[in-house]
Design a protein around this ligand. Structure first.
Ligand SMILES: [Ca+2]
Ligand SMILES: [Ca+2]
Ligand SMILES: [Ca+2]
Length: 257
């Protein structure tokens, strides 16, 4: 049912609005039947159940069969992309949360052994104990700054060294070099480095990693590790020599667009 509305509040007479009706200028507004509770409907062009960002109206019923109750579709020309989508495409925001998905590959090794963490110390990418080979991990990460950490140790108290190369279509590679930081006091309790594998950790008291040399051409690891990207510019890094700290904590933050 359509009816005429004057430029006034419902139920008020023209005199109560403070101005008389002007038949020439007051708009004639078409509005929905107020006998129901109007809800917002969104036009869904690609048919994925979520409307786009341009067409929406509060109405009792959808104006057309391709209008739906949910909006937020950041790509209304692609049915694979919508809020809640589980699809992951490199460099694409598939679930419309404002963050893209990126596939990141981690190559890491250490002499003698390591645990590798991502964004939380408890979130282990994996562990390894053979410096002649690269340990390879792949993860989908959203836009933003992330933290990669290596806890390395030497079983013979001789040398603890690590090499890593992080790659993605978003940028990088982020390779072990002097921009990585290590904890100069690894013998202190874990409470002194709480959150060390998390973005935003205050590592101003940590020190720049010591570079030993290129990953493939530095002894005693010459030629290793197998499976590491052959074009890698990663360096073997450690805490420092000759002071033997055995266990070392290395961290690196990297940002995906
Ligand atoms: Ca849609
Ligand atoms: Ca869509
Ligand atoms: Ca997303």
């Amino acid at each position: 049912m359509w009816f005429l509305l004057l430029a006034c509040k419902p139920g008020l007479t023209p005199s109560e609005t403070g101005s008389p009706p002007d038949s020439d200028t007051d708009a004639i507004v078409e509005t929905a039947d107020t006998s129901c509770d109007a809800v917002v409907w969104y036009r869904d062009v690609d048919g994925d159940g979520y409307g786009g960002t341009t067409d929406s109206e509060p109405l009792c019923e959808p104006p057309h069969e391709d209008w739906v109750r949910y909006g937020g579709d950041c790509r209304d020309d692609d049915a694979e992309i919508h809020p809640g989508s589980s699809q992951q495409v490199d460099g694409l925001d598939s679930d419309c949360d404002g963050r893209k998905d990126w596939r990141v590959t981690f190559y890491v090794t250490a002499d003698d052994a390591f645990d590798a963490c991502l964004d939380q110390e408890s979130n282990l990418l994996g562990s390894g104990g053979n410096w002649t080979t690269a340990y390879v991990y792949e993860r989908w990460l959203p836009s933003g700054t992330h933290t990669f950490g290596i806890k390395g140790w030497d079983t013979g108290m001789v040398i603890t060294a690590a090499a890593a190369d992080l790659r993605s279509a978003a940028g990088g590679p982020w390779v072990t070099d002097a921009s990585w930081k290590f904890d100069p006091n690894p013998a202190l309790g874990a409470g002194t480095r709480t959150g060390w594998c998390t973005t935003g950790f205050d590592d101003t008291g940590w020190q720049a990693a010591n570079v030993i040399g290129p990953v493939f051409t530095t002894g005693p690891w010459t030629g290793a590790p197998s499976g590491f990207p052959t074009d890698s510019t990663a360096q073997w890094v450690w805490d420092y020599y000759p002071v033997n700290l055995n266990t070392q904590y290395l961290r690196k933050e990297f940002t995906l667009p």
